[in-house]
Design a protein around this ligand. Structure first.
Ligand code: ADP
Ligand code: MG
Length: 629
């Protein structure tokens, strides 16, 4: 083709990504092959899917080949999949098309665990070529387009690339890596085969390499001219999830997991089933061992669950296949009954899919239930517990099952380990105890030392300590575990089976004392009353049974969702020496300051923040000096 090459600059971010990929993944450089084969396999998947709708396209004999040329120093990965048009090449290869890399960039921009090692989690994709190559050529022809509509993309991975029209006989894409001199280890048949075995064994298309030809001798011992090597398939090339679980080794499951999930570590566990009946499907679902860094950010952008119909890849359908609170699950679902031309719109409201989804949820919950007795469950819980808890609100129909999976820290533990189940708690309840007591707050330190626990400590009643962000929101909507009601120790009135901790009757004098305090604090509290829950502290804040805890109100405010102010009531420990002192204060201004102090101390003690800390310190000092005089 006489046409000269056009030159294009990379997007600025591409340079940044290239730099990062090359430097941070150098120690893992062999993954370049996995990434390119994975793209080739995606391209075959896409073509097979398109061919269902378009008779002009043929999806026979889809396969991938890997070749090398020692003299030229090149490794070539070729597929006969969907290919790309010129515009697609520009959009996909010259820009940050890969959503994983984009997310990664965002994460380093925010310095949010922006650890270079993390890049592996995203599947760096095509750019991995430049870890081992100093020049890359991509030649591609879109399926259905004529041979002379092909395009060649070339780059040395530094700032720019060129595009040129070419002729290409076969549809699909060919990537030629000109290896750096020091990477010649990859110009070797066994080395490449081993990498394919290691990373791409379960790619569902045949991966072919030339056979290794050994010199042969004739009967007289003379060396024969070398035989022409032929292509042979070097991977398993079947859909792993369609096999019988008994035929699959653990290593195979793990290798398959790494291949499609981009996770470098082993999965924690998996469940693999073939469901027959009025709804036939196979599922292979994995629970990772570690939570990817962005798990909490964008439940809407999650991926990792692939929908197949009769072995044809249809689409990434994590949202359609799993509820938000199980967004850590990765895997494959292959339905025999859904139509092949199913669209995302159809999926969203499809009764078949709803059935599959509810079956998948039950399966995951039951896998987890079985795992609760293992030591590893604690690790699972610290990775994904906060997400799973969302299910208590999100999925009413499985609430009971999820309640058996949740774990909390407790006043029975010395540390912040969340390892107490509700069943443990109930089995330890005192004979006359009717409720499951809990406290929510901003941190373990804050709840563990909260004045609200004083009476419970004295009575030896266990309290569950909750300090994950979503706990307060969840507990506002979950009312019982079996026949036991939940009760926040910081809300409503506390009643015990016995009479011992009834609030003592207040005298007329005390009543007017409490009213005077209330008058001082009417902006901050709804009520001031004598308390039965305090032992060592002078005061504490108590919310209405239905109200949202203060730390939660603050969070909502910060998120720009100010709630109509729900004021706490202030409870006072009438036995406390400080309170007895305040009762004797006559000066109105001083009395006002003492009242504020009682409120502010209560707020501080539960981990809250003062509106004006400096003012608080001044006030403290004045009152202390008063007493000293
Ligand atoms: P990802 O695979 O995660 O999308 P990559 O960087 O690996 O990211 O690839 C970017 C895009 O380039 C792909 O989404 C695809 O559209 C296109 N692409 C890459 N390799 C091929 C190929 N062999 N055939 C067709 N398209 C390809
Ligand atoms: Mg890719």
């Amino acid at each position: 083709m006489g046409q000269t090459a056009e030159k294009f600059e990379f997007q600025a971010e591409v340079n940044q990504v290239l730099d990062l990929v090359i430097h941070s993944l150098y120690s893992n450089k062999e993954i370049f092959l996995r990434e390119l084969i994975s793209n080739a396999s995606d391209a075959c998947d896409k073509l097979r899917f398109e061919a269902i709708k378009n008779d002009q396209l043929s999806s026979d004999d889809l396969h991938i080949t890997v070749d090398f040329d020692k003299e030229a120093g090149t490794v070539t990965i070729r597929d006969n999949g969907i290919g790309m048009t010129k515009d697609e090449v520009i959009a996909n290869i010259g820009t940050i098309a890969n959503s994983g890399t984009r997310k990664y960039l965002e994460s380093i921009a925010k310095k949010d665990r922006g650890d270079a090692n993390l890049i592996g989690q995203f599947g760096v994709g095509f750019y991995a070529s430049f870890i081992v190559a100093d020049e890359v050529e991509l030649r591609t022809r879109k399926a259905g387009e004529p041979a002379d509509a092909a395009i060649s993309w070339k780059s040395d991975g530094k700032n720019a690339y060129t595009l040129e029209s070419i002729e290409k006989e076969e549809q699909g894409t060919e990537i030629i890596l000109h290896l750096r001199e020091e990477e010649s280890e990859f110009l070797e048949n066994y080395r490449l085969r081993n990498l394919i075995k290691k990373y791409s064994e379960h790619v569902a298309f045949p991966i072919k390499m030339l056979e290794i030809v050994f010199p042969e001798k004739d009967d007289d011992g003379n060396e024969l001219p070398p035989k022409q090597p032929e292509y042979e398939v070097v991977n398993d090339a079947t859909a792993l999830w369609k096999k019988a679980p008994t035929d699959i080794k653990d290593e195979d499951y793990q290798a398959f997991y790494k291949q499609f999930s981009h996770d470098y570590s082993d999965a924690w566990t998996w469940t693999h089933n073939h469901i027959e009946g009025n709804q036939s499907y196979s599922n292979l679902l994995y629970i990772p061992a570690k939570s990817p860094f962005n798990m909490f950010q964008n439940p809407d952008e999650r991926d990792g669950l692939k929908l197949y119909v009769k072995r044809v890849f249809i689409m990434d359908a994590a949202k359609e296949l799993m509820p938000n609170y199980l967004r850590f699950v990765k895997g494959i679902v292959d339905s025999d009954d859904l139509p092949l031309n199913v669209s995302r719109e159809i999926l969203q409201d499809n009764p078949l899919l709803r059935k599959i989804r509810s079956g998948l949820v039950k399966r995951i919950l039951s896998v987890l239930k079985k795992k609760t007795s293992t030591a590893e469950y604690t690790n699972f819980w610290s990775e994904f517990g906060e997400i799973l808890k969302e299910g208590l609100v999100e999925d009413f129909s499985n609430r009971d099952a999820i309640l058996k999976l949740v774990r909390f820290a407790s006043t029975e533990n010395d540390d912040d380990k969340q390892n107490v189940s509700l069943e443990d708690y109930v089995s330890r309840m005192k004979s006359d105890q009717e409720k499951v007591y809990y406290i929510t707050g901003e941190s373990w330190e804050a709840v563990k030392n909260s004045p609200h626990l004083e009476l419970f400590k004295k009575k030896g009643i266990e309290v569950l300590l909750m300090y994950d962000r979503i706990d307060e929101w969840v507990m506002n909507q979950v009312f019982e575990f079996g026949d036991k009601k939940f009760q926040s120790v910081a809300k409503g009135a506390l009643e015990f089976g016995d009479d011992t901790e009834k609030t003592p009757e207040t005298t007329e004098e005390q009543k007017s004392f409490l009213e005077k305090i209330q008058e001082q604090l009417k902006e901050q509290v709804s009520e001031v009353k004598s308390s039965n829950r305090l032992v060592d502290s002078a005061s504490c804040l108590v919310m209405d049974e239905q109200a949202m805890a203060l730390h939660m109100q603050k969070l909502m405010e910060q998120a720009g969702q100010a709630m109509p102010g729900q004021l706490p009531s202030l409870e006072i420990n009438m036995q406390h020496p400080l309170v007895k002192h305040i009762e004797s204060v006559e000066d109105t201004e001083r009395f006002g300051q003492w009242s504020e102090l009682l409120f502010e101390q209560a707020l501080l003690a539960e981990g809250g923040q003062l509106k004006n800390p400096a003012e608080y310190v001044h006030k403290m000092n004045r009152l202390m000096l008063d007493i000293l005089q």
